[in-house]
Design a protein around this ligand. Structure first.
Ligand code: XMP
Length: 521
């Protein structure tokens, strides 16, 4: 649990796939909220948390099943508004004296549905039913068969006679659909009405967050030294800028240059943080070490493991030189710390071993400072703006820790890296010139481990082929290829072949994820 002076909303997670979206909708309303799995939300937890309102999320279980998830009694006794969604509605009805029917005999409803209003008015529904009905997203097997005493019906759909119910006296609201998803177009309004009824001031702004975070960092760190692995990505950059504001010279950043960076990347990152923002940055020039160890290696996992291990060794070596370092700063974000409710259980398959500095703190006896732990990615960007980082820097596409190594399938050579850097720079320049950069989640070139025959002027060429990759995505977990026009692709291929010596063939990767991954290795 995080301490904050803001009014707090507690989301009890019953395992819905879309619980995080509830938090997103609330953060958009400048309301501070936290998601906690139902197993951890005890009576004491609720009392300590002191929420100003509570939301019960959806979930895959059935309240009819013995031992199915329940909120603690203290939630109902807290005297604050509660909103139950889908499973959250069913659990509320069940607990408060209503009746839920199992899927078999009931009308299951999945996907789009339309809710129409009843006679009685409810402040929660202000701004709803302007068109006479509202589109909502349903996803339920069980349904409420009898509402609890004190509740009234305010909206119905063909499959859910109790689509919207409320006990207005207690400020308990319960809906069968999911207002947090995109397919409930007016859902945000419902959350707005709910938090307004609960008395939230909407004071969760980036300006306020910045001040609080600075105070918290100072309190945690005192007069001790902090080290930070600066990658130049948005998260570590914003974390470093925030820490610098809080503790100035007590922060030292280590920028590990593994020789697998993009064209001019080291110059840009070090230039901005050291020269422009006056941070203490160690530029660890370890290109020879990394490229030497990678020589002759062509297996993707071996390459990743070598880079991951060397990164930690190198970081440790430089960090050891910083006297009195007691803290390690990391740009961990909220989605990384939410303990999601897992019903499937079991370990998931490792597709790629990700490169990070996990495990370092224990190894080095350092304590962690994670000033972005409460933020979503777009909030981190907003904080970056607030801290004065340039817009083009904050909006940069994600770049993986192992860098160009995983965009150079097979064996890495200095020659291939050189060619790849140039081709990538031309491609990104094209994307920026056509105004497409911000529509794309991530774009890059991969150099392929094959040479092909071509003809340029009157001569034969025998050079590398490359693949362009560009995807749209929300979180990198799934992705689709970006639908460039043929003109754009043609123009880009011509530029790369004309401007980059060593490439004579350009292809475009049209694989989505799944089945592909975003990076080539
Ligand atoms: P994949 O290739 O797994 O990539 O579809 C999903 C997203 O993760 C990035 N990525 C990494 N980021 N360390 C990182 O910091 C890594 O080892 C790593 N591998 C992939 C990738 O660029 C994409 O944004």
């Amino acid at each position: 649990m995080t301490s904050t002076s803001h009014d707090r909303l507690l989301i009890i997670d019953f395992g819905s796939q879309v619980t995080q979206l509830i938090a997103r909708r609330l953060r958009e309303l400048s309301v501070y909220c936290e998601i906690h799995p139902y197993q951890l939300v005890t009576d004491d937890f609720v009392r300590d948390f002191a929420p100003k309102a509570i939301i019960f999320s959806g979930g895959p279980d059935s309240v009819m099943r013995e031992g199915s998830p329940r909120p603690p009694k203290a939630a109902y006794e807290a005297g604050v508004p509660i909103l139950g969604i889908c499973y959250g509605q069913q659990v509320m009805m069940h607990d408060l004296g209503g009746r839920v029917e199992a899927g078999e005999n009931a009308t299951a409803e999945f996907g789009r549905a339309y809710v129409t209003p009843e006679e009685a008015k409810l402040p929660l529904l202000e701004g709803w039913f302007g068109e006479g009905r509202e589109q909502v997203w349903m996803s339920h097997g069980d349904h409420v068969a009898e509402i609890a005493p004190g509740f009234e019906v305010f909206g119905t759909s063909p499959g859910a006679p109790f689509a919207i119910t409320a006990d207005a006296a207690r400020n308990f609201y319960a809906v069968q659909f999911h207002p947090e998803v995109h397919h409930t177009p007016n859902g945000a309004k419902l959350y707005e009405n709910f938090v307004r009824a609960a008395g939230f001031k909407g004071d969760w702004t980036m300006g306020a967050y910045r001040e609080e975070a600075v105070a918290r960092i100072r309190e945690q760190v005192g007069d001790k030294q902090v080290i930070c692995a600066l990658s130049g990505g948005v998260d570590s950059s914003v974390a470093a800028a925030l820490l610098h504001e809080a503790i100035g010279d007590q922060l030292t950043c280590v920028f590990v240059d593994h020789g697998l960076l993009r064209l001019d990347e080291a110059k840009e990152v070090v230039g901005m943080f050291r020269d422009h923002m006056n941070l203490s940055v160690i530029h660890a020039e370890e290109q020879e070490l990394f490229l030497g160890e990678l020589e002759g290696q062509s297996d993707p996992e071996t390459k990743r493991k070598i880079i991951g291990k060397l990164f930690i060794d190198v970081f440790q070596k430089y960090a050891n030189e910083i006297e009195g370092a007691e803290f390690l700063a990391q740009g961990t974000l909220y989605p990384d710390v939410i303990e999601s409710v897992s019903f499937s259980g079991g370990p998931s398959v490792t597709i790629k071993s990700h490169h990070n500095v996990g495990g370092l703190p224990e190894k080095m006896g350092l304590k962690l400072v994670e000033p972005l732990r409460e933020l979503f990615k777009d909030e981190v960007r907003a904080l970056g703006h607030e801290l004065g980082l340039p817009a083009h820097f904050i909006g940069r596409h994600p770049f993986p820790g192992p860098g160009l190594a995983i965009r150079c399938p097979g064996e890495i050579t200095r020659e291939k890296l050189e060619i790849l850097r140039k081709a990538d720079a031309v491609y990104i320049d094209q994307i920026r010139k056509h105004g497409l950069y911000d529509d794309i989640w991530q774009a890059f070139v991969a150099i392929l481990p094959v040479r092909t025959v071509g003809v340029m002027g009157d001569g034969r060429t025998y050079d590398y082929a490359c693949a362009l990759r560009a995807v749209t995505s929300v979180d990198g977990m799934t992705a689709d290829y970006y639908p460039f026009s043929h003109d754009f692709l043609g123009e880009t291929a011509t530029r790369i072949i004309n401007e980059v010596k060593g490439i004579n063939r350009v292809t475009y990767d049209i694989t989505s994820k799944p089945p592909g991954t975003i990076e080539w290795e």
